[in-house]
Design a protein around this ligand. Sequence first.
Ligand SMILES: Cc1cc2nc3c(=O)[nH]c(=O)nc-3n(C[C@H](O)[C@H](O)[C@H](O)COP(=O)(O)OP(=O)(O)OC[C@H]3O[C@@H](n4cnc5c(N)ncnc54)[C@H](O)[C@@H]3O)c2cc1C
Ligand SMILES: *[C@@H]1O[C@H](CO)[C@@H](O)[C@H](O)[C@H]1NC(C)=O
Ligand SMILES: *[C@@H]1O[C@H](CO)[C@@H](O)[C@H](O)[C@H]1NC(C)=O
Length: 591
Amino acid sequence: MAERSRALTFLLLGLFLGLAGSSPPPEPVECARGTSDCTVTNVYGSFPDRTICRAANATFPRTEKELVAAVAAAAASKRKVKVATRHSHSFTKLACPGGRDGTIISTERLNKTVSVDAAKGLMTVESGMVLKDLIQAAAAAGLALPHSPYWYGLTIGGLLATGAHGSSLRGKGSAVHEYVVGMRIVTPAPASQGFAVVRELSVGDPDLDAVKVSLGVLGVVSQVTLALQPMFKRSVTFEKRDDTDFASQAAMWGGLYEFGDMAWLPRQGKVIYRKDDRVPVSTKGNGLNDYLGFRSNPTLALITARATEEHLEEDGSDIARCLAARAPSVLFELQAYGFTNDGSFFTGWPVVGFQNRIQASGTCISSPEDGLLSSCTWDPRIRSPFFYNSGFSVALSKAPAFIAEMQKLRDLKPRAFCGLDAKLGVLLRYVRASSAYLGKSEDSIDFDVTYYRSYTEGEPRANSDVVDEIEQLALRKYGAVPHWGKNRNFVFDGVIAKYPKAAEFLKVKARYDPDGIFSSEWSDQVLGIKGSPNIVEKGCAIEGLCVCSKDSHCAPEKGYFCRPGTVFSEARVCLTRAAFGDESDDLLEEQ
Ligand SMILES: Cc1cc2nc3c(=O)[nH]c(=O)nc-3n(C[C@H](O)[C@H](O)[C@H](O)COP(=O)(O)OP(=O)(O)OC[C@H]3O[C@@H](n4cnc5c(N)ncnc54)[C@H](O)[C@@H]3O)c2cc1C
Ligand SMILES: *[C@@H]1O[C@H](CO)[C@@H](O)[C@H](O)[C@H]1NC(C)=O
Ligand SMILES: *[C@@H]1O[C@H](CO)[C@@H](O)[C@H](O)[C@H]1NC(C)=O
């Protein structure tokens, strides 16, 4: 056991030390003939239901005028249409046009800065601009986007469409859409208006509350104007503590630090608290966040890491998996998560640096092509670590009780949580209530987990029941809402009923796109317009396509049966017979 663990540690070290160079992620849109006969996928190369999304053709407008022409062409022939972005990071089929003969409009070439007004703190960019470039362009004018997702490979159009955020309860909070003060969106129009029009929205226009977070169903956002702040500095310290008072800390932490977050390592019983606050620009330090998980990795190391992971998953015991689960968090801590005090070396906390160097990272997207010697961890062109990512928000007022129940489940089944520790735990981030119709209706904590996914459809995951129980607990008992850009199918079932302003959103949709050319089967299911996002079939609960209601939804032939949850008895999860009984905790023996 110890040997295997050492081998894994060695391997992961190789992995995270990284190499120079990288291949940028593959194109999400691929066409068999020129710009016709296309497929669109996400950056992982696979949607949760593993369908291949086809479109008749794709266009790559460079200007708003070309964009208007593209929308007009689709509207004139009432053809289905969807926007794809440079990398398409959303898990679910949001970028997939309806039917099979739809059109894809890629915003890849709509990535220019339109204008910057440093004195007013306003910046207007085209919607396909990648967050990395946006942050850089703002910084060049002395401005900072106060909050953003932690990964800068997203586009402004895509991250707004899915309500993406960082972590904060201060001011307007961490969602990027809170900083939008203007948008231009191209929507279908009657023939008399040339089949497409540009609608210009600014603060005070109620439609902005629909367009800010739109799931891409209202039209194509052409430009976005953001209210930025003068560049500032932050001071970051990570501190690992026991998780005994985690529930009560979670209620307070967002009030203590402007950019505070928490990462819970359930099996280890630890929480990594992020103390992260604004400091005067005169504070010394030129720190850099080059997060380890978002760096490029040697392809060989990724393949080996995946092979080890698959071996542990399929043939390993819980004890072996739990031993292996320690390495990533140890290695990340040893390397200060990829933070340095000066861009090269880490000498100790706090790391003080300018907002643009701390707020987000993702060096694996921007290195030059190296023939796939190295790549982002999730590159689908190699047999790399393949995973699911679930994200859901629980109202701040209910979060401590939810955390306490997760801890109770952990106490009953500690070893089943090792898979989460192995992926660096549960990330907790703060998001404020929003006026956006599809934004959060209350101040919330967003919980984010990453976990193993098999390349083989229907192959059970070890201890899948704990993630499934936690998700159902959050969604059903604590009224959680899923992140629009993450998750598996079943979490979107009925979710629209949790949005008090959903009807307002649908009214704007009916006005902007009466023929629903921007709607797909998937968006209709998610928005509760038609059908259900659940796909109820053999093995569906294994893939997160349904909540099981009978054994055949799990994998009875492999020993997985549909059973009630352990702590939340209303949950229905796939369990092995071995897991029905109690589990004794021998944490100490494992050490
Ligand atoms: C490694 C990684 C880290 C992440 N970190 C975070 C994080 O810290 N916080 C967070 O909240 N999320 C995070 N996410 C999730 C991410 O926010 C969403 O997946 C986001 O939607 C992806 O943006 P994208 O530009 O790739 O858009 P896509 O996934 O390509 O598009 C999303 C949707 O928006 C539509 N759309 C895109 N552009 C336009 C436009 N111009 N007009 C109209 N519709 C448009 C698309 O059609 C689609 O429906 C992360 C994802 C990954 C892979
Ligand atoms: C896209 O494909 C459709 C259906 O095959 C066709 O009618 C349309 O003209 C094509 N558009 C472009 C721009 O190629
Ligand atoms: C736009 O994308 C191209 C690559 O397609 C890139 O070279 C360029 O730097 C981007 N522009 C901006 C302003 O980020």
